[in-house]
Design a protein around this ligand. Structure first.
Ligand code: SF4
Length: 289
């Protein structure tokens, strides 16, 4: 571990990692080592897909631990949804699974050492399970987790504008990374996030005086996240609450107001996108939590 006076610092600088990944990206189609990375990628595909299809996801899972507890309880107790998620989201989730593999090939080409992953890693003695995208080392560093994400341009722009970090821009990702760090027992985790539609976002930004016509949008954003024991305790509390609610079949409190659309006609997040919205408002009405 890179530690001085007991204070742990990130295993590698972001600049070094950015340079390594950019170099790898620039030769991924044609470089002489690229063929090897592609071959390994091809070998990985069947097992990776198999794992995503057959993996036993706990409820809550690492990626849903911050979701409304009532919504999670509905899912865990097998309630029939009132609506379906948009089909575009379903397509994106499949593309996202495959794009993780492409990133792993890029990491290999950049000389990251990738650890063989177990099928799943237990959090809180198995109250929850999860599996990070990768556990790696780089140039003799300590092991760390890599979390690969594609998000909308709206969200990615906040990273580029450096409003703040993942903890406030994408708290769901922050929580997911904390679950994995605890389950895998590492101190650091690297987030790699890129926009789902690069050109559209870049063009939008180029039309804004602040960025200018020649603006080049970064292809990805990297950020270190350190294990946060206080937040992990908070997540453990949530996981136990949901587990208990499922076991006793007693619904937990809802965490939002159930209102799907605001006065100006805009869909509210998250209730406007919740597949149990009708049941929730039938049971609890609008407005109160
Ligand atoms: S509609 Fe909103 S409050 Fe109700 S279960 Fe869904 S997310 Fe929770």
């Amino acid at each position: 571990m890179s530690a001085q006076n007991g204070i742990s610092s990130p295993p590698i600088s972001i600049d070094t990692l950015t340079e390594a990944l950019e170099n790898s990206l620039s030769v991924i189609r044609t470089g002489k080592d690229a063929q090897e990375a592609w071959k390994e990628l091809a070998n990985d595909v069947p097992g990776w897909i198999e794992n995503h299809i057959t993996a036993e996801h706990s409820i809550p899972s690492a990626s849903t631990i911050d979701d409304c507890m009532l919504k999670t309880w509905y899912t865990a107790t097998g309630k029939e949804p009132d609506s379906d998620v948009p089909i575009a989201w379903k397509r994106r989730s499949i593309v996202g699974i495959l794009s993780e593999l492409v990133w792993l090939a890029i990491f290999r080409l950049a000389k990251f050492e990738l650890e063989d992953l177990k099928d799943r890693y237990a959090f809180m003695d198995g109250v929850m399970y999860g599996r990070p995208d990768a556990i790696v080392t780089f140039e003799g560093s300590e092991r760390f987790i890599v979390e690969l994400k594609e998000r909308t341009g709206f969200e990615y722009k906040k990273y580029v504008q450096k409003y703040s970090g993942v903890i406030s821009i994408s708290p769901d990702i922050y929580s997911q990374m904390q679950v994995y760090m605890e389950a895998v027992d590492v101190e650091w985790s690297l987030l790699l996030i890129c926009p789902a539609d690069y050109s559209m976002l870049q063009n939008t930004m180029r039309n804004n005086k602040k960025w200018g016509r020649a603006y080049e949008l970064p292809a990805f954003h990297l950020e270190w996240v350190r294990k946060d024991p206080q937040h992990i305790e908070h997540l453990k509390g949530r996981a136990l609450k949901i587990k208990e609610a499922v076991e006793t079949n007693e619904p937990p409190e809802r965490e939002y107001n159930g209102i799907p659309v605001s006065f100006d006609g805009k869909k509210n997040w998250p209730c406007g996108y919740c597949i149990f919205n009708e049941s929730c408002t039938r049971e609890y009405g609008y407005g109160d939590r």
